[in-house]
Design a protein around this ligand. Structure first.
Ligand code: OXD
Ligand code: MN
Length: 594
């Protein structure tokens, strides 16, 4: 097991509080993974899918009251409210512990407490960090096996006194003696996803779903890691990482921040339509970036698998994801076909008769409201099963990042692509990112919200300080920092049609990005940034009307002028803490527009 005294003491203290029936230290073995699946199947939480259709894979249906991240139940418990900032829910740490203590007291009665040591990033990498999750959910154990590196090898690196982030999770449903469990235990009315940035702890109660429960992902790798990154001079970002190779063999690594469910997984695994270009995946959701001695930023993907949105994924939009999820995967809240396969909206084939929906009922498709799969239905699939996983995706040294893309879902205004004038201007672009809301979080879909750097729900401290951290990183890295771009695949014409085909065609924009990194590629200076000239994006072989291309790259000065007050209002939230550099950037934009 371990001789790590602090770890053993913490486990003993947590067991004393939660009173589980049993304690199991996870070793990360394949046997253990299989055991978890079988436990879920035996208890009625999961069912095996057909061994022919989806070998070694299970289907799980959650409680309909536990289907997404719950941002309104997510708290940053810093000592001072100002350190959580205006975009987070704050609670005093002592007060939060007073709420949590009675909830966690005896909360694991009748259940097994699993101790899951995990590494975010290749085990032993200088960019990686270690966490230990205590959870009473075998679903969490199995998912953590896919999403992180779990087990004894992590304890070895931790040694007797290594640092780890303690993460405590309970579904919040103790069982009385002899009480029969429900298929998806949770405590829907009492969810708390809480982070303590000063002590670097995570406590999560009441939900078993995704980022609420797999604490290595959003809670550690983004919220707590963003605080560590600020303190230690590195970056923890909500970004995919892809490796782009040109026909001449020039390699670039690109990190890209898009809000949840805006196509990060698709972009990370894209099949280029441009002949000779190659995209390979390093990561699809999170990037940890640190400076190396050469002064450049190097990134790792701290995760080990994909927790992807299922609806919309098919062999056209993302054949590589479809291959990755073809076996050894966990499916949550998707539909099930009579032959034991999965089904969701916009998968490759029409819905068969006798389809079972995500509620476990025969699907009655009488309108577009009644979906067979929940819009936030997910697959959990090992990254190693992705056919285009990059050969260097587990390089402990990380990959040198050449470019950073920001993007969102914007039907008007935002051009297809632009490059920032500088790192400071790029930070301004990231800080004013906005996107139409998706189903990844509870709330109203379609509403436009500011989502700076796609970190709105994931920044573990005051976002104004986070902006300052971006500026500070730029000051440290100088010319060696990645170039910054802003892209938008989602622009529509006035009649509503999509102007840009997206998916594999996005490789055309990536080619321009690659050229810009080498000081080539044509641009025209506009008030909002450096835009590709009308022929700078390679459209060879693409049947796109010239008018559409011109519209995609059009800057409507009047529309941008109207945005200035919205930007000011967004910035006003941060009061005095907003870095003066960003106000300066906004003032300059306004001047350039006039
Ligand atoms: C995710 C998210 O699950 O951003 O990656 O919601
Ligand atoms: Mn995400």
């Amino acid at each position: 097991m371990t001789n790590h005294t602090a770890l053993k003491d913490w486990v003993a203290k947590t067991a004393e509080l939660c009173q589980p029936d049993k304690i199991v230290w996870c070793d990360g073995s394949k046997d253990e993974y299989q055991r978890m699946l079988q436990i879920m199947v035996d208890s009625g939480s999961a069912q095996w899918l057909s061994p022919e259709r989806k070998p070694n894979s299970i289907l799980v249906r959650s409680d309909p009251a536990d289907v997404a991240r719950v941002e309104d139940r997510t708290f940053i418990c810093s000592n001072y409210e100002a350190d959580a900032g205006p975009t987070n829910h704050w609670k005093d740490p002592e007060e939060m512990h007073e709420i949590l203590r009675p909830l966690f007291r005896n909360c694991m009665r009748g259940r097994t407490m699993y101790i899951i040591p995990f590494s975010m990033g290749p085990v032993g990498s200088p960019i990686a960090h270690i966490g230990v999750e205590i959870s009473d959910s075998p679903y969490v154990v199995a998912n953590m096996h896919i999403m992180t590196r779990v087990g004894s090898k992590v304890l070895e690196v931790l040694g007797d006194d290594g640092e780890f982030v303690p993460c405590i999770h309970s579904v919040g449903k103790p069982l009385a003696f002899g009480e029969k469990d429900v298929p998806w235990p949770c405590n829907a009315d009492n969810k708390y996803i809480t982070h303590f940035p000063e002590t670097k702890e995570i406590w999560s109660y009441g939900s078993g779903y995704g980022g609420n429960a797999l604490l290595g992902k959003k809670c550690f790798a983004l919220r707590i890691a963003s605080v560590m990154a600020k303190e230690q001079g590195w970056m923890a970002e909500h970004m995919l990482i892809l490796k782009l190779t040109s026909p001449q063999g020039v390699v670039k690594h690109i990190a890209a921040a898009f809000p949840s469910a805006c196509g990060k997984t698709n972009l990370a695994m894209l099949t280029p339509t441009l002949p000779g270009w190659k995209v390979e995946t390093v990561g699809d959701d999170i990037a940890w970036m640190k400076f190396k001695e050469d002064g450049y930023l190097y990134a790792i993907n701290p995760e080990n698998g994909f927790f992807g949105v299922a609806p919309g994924t098919n062999t056209k939009t993302n054949p590589n994801a479809m291959a990755a999820l073809s076996k050894n995967s966990i499916f949550t809240n998707v539909g099930k076909t009579p032959d034991g396969d999965v089904w969701w909206e916009d998968i490759d084939r029409p819905a068969p008769d006798l389809l079972i929906d995500w509620h476990g009922k025969e699907w009655v498709h009488y309108d577009s409201v009644n979906k067979a799969a929940h819009p936030n239905a997910r697959f959990t699939a090992p990254a190693s099963q992705c056919p285009v996983i990059a050969d260097n995706w587990e390089d402990p040294a990380g990959v040198k990042i050449d470019a950073i893309l920001f993007g969102g879902r914007r039907s008007t205004g935002q051009p297809l692509a632009l490059q920032s004038f500088s790192w400071e201007h790029g930070t301004f672009l990231g800080s004013t990112m906005a996107s139409q809301k998706t189903a990844a979080a509870a709330g109203k879909v379609g509403e436009l919200r500011f989502d700076p750097m796609a970190m709105l729900p994931f920044c573990g401290y005051n976002m104004a300080d986070y902006f300052q951290h971006w500026l500070d990183m730029g000051a440290t890295g100088g010319d060696k920092m990645p170039r910054i771009f802003y892209v938008n695949w989602f622009r529509r014409a006035e009649d509503g049609h999509w102007l840009w085909p997206g998916f594999g065609e996005n490789s055309r924009v990536l080619k321009w990005v690659c050229e810009r990194c080498d000081g080539a590629g044509d641009v025209v200076e506009t008030p909002i940034g450096l835009l590709p000239t009308n022929d700078a994006i390679d459209t060879t072989g693409l049947d796109i009307p010239e008018d559409d291309m011109a519209e995609l790259l059009r800057v409507d000065v009047d529309e941008w002028k109207q945005k200035i007050p919205l930007f000011r209002e967004h910035y006003a939230k941060f009061g005095d803490k907003l870095p003066s550099e960003l106000t300066k950037q906004l003032d300059s934009l306004e001047e350039r527009l006039n």
